[in-house]
Design a protein around this ligand. Structure first.
Ligand code: F6P
Length: 561
């Protein structure tokens, strides 16, 4: 079925054209119940989507689109463990990691629930040992620092969650992250650490990712340099692995009892609920990690059971599809008004864009419509003093998610009210804008004359009509964070279903990996016969500068004009 041929698709296309002529404040004036109608209250938050460019008819047509694209059927298939990740031939079972799937789901005749429970228990025991000071380095000193070596889904989720749960830290083991193969990052982290009391967690689903494995080898070399001991002893004592390829981790030298596993049915960007979340359990305690999982499981239940009309992830997916695919707004900003959520935009960038940044439909056609959004953002307050100018006055429309918490995560007086007021003010300003008449009145009140008012007015007008959704958490806790992340995960899934694409593969990241592996030796060999002109020129320049440096010591060769 090509959904673009359906009458619902065409109806939404014409509604989008009409909606572009409407102002959000008119929509509020027309519908006194608008705020209540376009919002959902869930256990951990209020989802207010009333400041969006849609009305009741449009919402009902979007829900109809979800029905016609069989969101309910795909949802049922996911929770039944069907192999909905068809290009990789796998089911999508990450909700099982948090107890969010039916108990009887099995994979290759093994109970998923039992497998998950077993691994969680091992994780818990390991964290207890670490917190009790029972794990020691090569000289007998207790482990005080853990460095997670991983990238993408094997990094972003754990670090984002630890930052978010900074008010819920437990124990005194410090957790550090190295994701970049740029040795500067590993060096920066190691410089502050003691080799005798540092443990490394090699986090990699595949255990082949070259960035992570290179960092792991360099970390081992650092331990060897410091201790003078052989690799085998250090690997067995100061390395842990988290992977879906336990054999590879053991071949690398990690002891089987220090290999925590997860499974192919967990996508990398959905893996923070698995043993990949070990750094979260170390930094925040196992109980808080469990609470994070429980919060997500609550969202799984809501997503599974709520009608589409009142289903928070479905609503978020409908909004995103409405803007990207029908209204023609390709970007979406994520703007947390909680410092602790500062990594959420980066986390959601991977979750959403690696999932729905696709252009082939499930039946192999090229799409002739826009698919998932370009996700970007940062903490709202910092954004206000950086890119909000663009949100307010550029001709482009960038729908935004404002995310805040009623309870502050600190006890400093007077800060939180300013923060909240700013969040509310920004969504209001984007929605309402300022008309020429309002600008004129404001300038006249300041005593400006007619000519000056006329000259300045065009620059001060804000068109308004810029849509946003606000997610107002009661508090930022392990449970509410779990629910928030799962909300976005299911949003991504539903949007992929509506767009008729596969959300759980990531073929687009493979091409560059293969090319990098091929180019790496050429930096040394200079064999550029098969390279394009630009790549050959860049490598030649690289080689020229490197050769110049080698001759002239630390001074780089001068580039020729
Ligand atoms: O960036 C592509 C990707 O495959 C992600 O999906 C994944 O999270 C990341 O690489 C890391 O992969 P791995 O955990 O196998 O090292």
């Amino acid at each position: 079925m090509n959904i673009t041929q359906s009458s619902i698709w065409q109806a939404l296309q014409s509604q989008a054209q009409a909606m572009k002529q409407r102002q959000l404040r008119e929509l509020f004036a027309e519908d006194p119940q608008r705020a209540a109608h376009f919002s959902l209250e869930l256990p951990h938050f209020l989802l207010d989507f009333s400041k969006n460019q849609l009305d009741r008819d449009i919402l009902s047509n979007l829900v109809q689109l979800a029905r016609e694209t069989d969101v309910e059927g795909w949802r049922a298939d996911m929770f039944a463990g069907a192999p909905i990740n068809a290009t990789e031939g796998r089911p999508v079972l990450h909700p099982a990691l948090r107890g969010g799937m039916p108990d009887d789901v099995a994979f290759e005749n093994t109970s998923v629930k039992d497998a998950v429970a077993g691994e969680l228990q091992r994780l818990k025991e390991f964290v207890v040992l670490l917190h009790n000071g029972d794990l020691v380095g090569y000289s007998g000193k207790r482990i005080t620092d853990v460095v997670n070596l991983g990238v993408g889904g094997s990094h972003l989720g754990p670090q984002m969650a630890i930052e978010a749960l900074r008010a819920h830290r437990k124990g005194d083991v410090a957790v550090h992250f190295v994701s970049n193969v740029d040795g500067a990052q590993l060096k920066d982290v190691l410089v502050g650490l003691d080799a005798e009391s540092t443990m490394f967690v090699v986090s990699s689903k595949t255990f082949t990712t070259s960035e992570t494995m290179t960092n792991a080898r360099s970390a081992l070399a650092w331990l060897q340099d410091a201790s003078g001991l052989d690799a085998a002893q250090l690997l067995s004592q100061q390395f842990v692995a988290v992977t879906a390829s336990p054999d590879r981790a053991e071949r690398f030298g990690v002891l089987p009892e220090r290999v925590f596993r997860f499974w192919d049915w967990v996508g990398g960007r959905f893996s923070l609920w698995s043993a990949i979340g070990l750094p979260i359990a170390i930094a925040c305690g196992f109980e808080n990690f469990r609470a994070l999982l429980d919060g997500a499981a609550g969202m799984d239940l809501h997503f599974r059971e709520a009608e589409l009309e009142s289903n928070a992830p479905v609503i978020m997916a409908l909004l995103s599809t409405w803007y990207c695919t029908f209204m023609g707004y390709p970007a979406h900003a994520v703007l947390p008004y909680e410092q602790a959520l500062h990594m959420l935009p980066a986390y959601l960038q991977q979750a959403d864009m690696e999932s729905n940044g696709k252009s082939t439909t499930r039946d192999g056609r090229q799409v002739d419509y826009a698919t998932g959004p370009l996700i970007w953002g940062q903490t709202g307050i910092n954004g206000q003093h950086a890119f909000y100018q663009y949100l307010h006055q550029s001709p482009e429309v960038v729908p935004a998610d404002f995310i805040g918490s009623v309870a502050p995560g600190h006890d400093l007086k007077g800060h939180h009210e300013i923060l909240m007021a700013n969040m509310l003010a920004q969504s209001q300003a984007l929605m309402n804008g300022v008309s020429a008449e309002e600008v004129g009145r404001e300038l006249a009140a300041k005593g400006l004359g007619g000519a000056e008012i006329k000259r300045l007015t065009p620059f001060k007008v804000h068109r308004g009509g810029k849509p946003s959704t606000t997610i107002l958490l009661k508090e930022l806790s392990p449970r509410s964070l779990g629910a928030l992340i799962a909300l976005y995960e299911h949003k991504i899934f539903v949007q992929g279903v509506i767009l008729q694409i596969f959300s759980f593969d990531q073929w687009g990241v493979e091409l560059g990996k293969g090319l990098a592996a091929g180019l790496e030796p050429k930096l040394a060999s200079g064999d550029l016969r098969s390279e394009d002109g630009s790549t050959a020129q860049l490598i030649e320049f690289y080689r020229r500068v490197t050769a110049g440096e080698a001759k002239a010591g630390s001074e780089p060769a001068k580039a020729e004009a």
